[in-house]
Design a protein around this ligand. Structure first.
Ligand SMILES: Cc1cc2nc3c(=O)[nH]c(=O)nc-3n(C[C@H](O)[C@H](O)[C@H](O)COP(=O)(O)O)c2cc1C
Length: 236
């Protein structure tokens, strides 16, 4: 998501359209430098390679390196409720679909200085959450929820977004989202660094029990969605 800076150009919308593949005359086995574009790409190697041994790299450098290179990533907008009833919204870009049978998604939530984030604590306590796909017109509303609010402060009011009831789980879904998934906790995996023993992350698998989807974009399933503001998820 864009950082706020008046020095940056204004947001411009890109629209979706089907095009030919970048190299429509590709034949099996053809070398990358067979086209002018491929040749220009291959020239990028001229400055040489840097090999990074992750175990020897500063983790503070590995993080920006990996999140910059492993893109695009969708962003899960996760709604949870604590065991005492406090509602929470959190953004997680370590997010993806795992399989459709059963319908399963994954989010990875960091543990910072031994502190588990509200999202993880709530999911472990209640075994329920919703994941809401973000669209461009309300991307800033969602981004407002990335602040480190105290556990007893709900991000809903800060976001300006609307709670809509779920049918199967307690945490509400985001009414403005064109695609929301009601999830039950399926499995968690604690990620512990093999050498340092630091418990750094919780990988959370959620079983999608109900999907709430706008009817309009469903018409385009399998054909691509027509307009990014209509449906495409905010991503990183
Ligand atoms: C676009 C974006 C993506 C993020 N992705 C993640 C992520 O995948 N995992 C994570 O632990 N934190 C992620 N964060 C940071 C959390 O959103 C942030 O720590 C938030 O305060 C967590 O909320 P919680 O404490 O209410 O659970 C992301 C933040 C932004 C803005």
């Amino acid at each position: 998501m864009a950082s706020r800076s008046s020095d940056l150009p204004a947001f411009t919308e890109s629209t979706f359209q089907y095009t030919q593949p970048p190299n429509p005359s590709f034949k099996f086995g053809q070398k990358v430098d067979a086209t002018p574009e491929g040749k220009a790409w291959a020239d990028g190697e001229k400055e040489g390679w840097k090999v990074i041994e992750t175990d020897k790299e500063d983790p503070m450098k590995l993080y920006p390196l990996m999140i910059s290179a492993i893109t695009p990533r969708p962003v899960a907008f996760v709604s949870t409720i604590s065991d005492t009833g406090v509602e929470n919204l959190g953004l997680m870009s370590w997010f993806n679909m795992v399989t459709a049978y059963p319908a399963l998604i994954s989010i990875s939530v960091a543990i910072v200085n031994n502190k588990v984030k509200d999202t993880t604590r709530n999911i472990l306590a209640t075994k329920e959450f919703t994941v809401n796909i973000i669209s461009v017109p309300w991307i800033d509303n969602a981004n407002a929820c990335s602040i480190d609010a105290p556990a007893d402060v709900s991000e809903w009011a800060l976001s300006g977004l609307t709670k809509a009831p779920s049918v199967h789980v307690k945490p509400p879904r985001v009414k403005e989202s064109a695609f929301s998934m009601e999830c039950e906790l399926f499995q968690t995996i604690d990620i512990t660094h093999p050498e340092s023993g630091v418990k750094s992350t919780t990988l959370i698998l959620g079983r999608v029990k109900y999907i709430h989807a706008w009817r309009y974009p469903l018409r385009f399933i399998g054909r691509g969605f027509p307009h990014s503001t209509t449906f495409l998820g905010g991503g990183r």
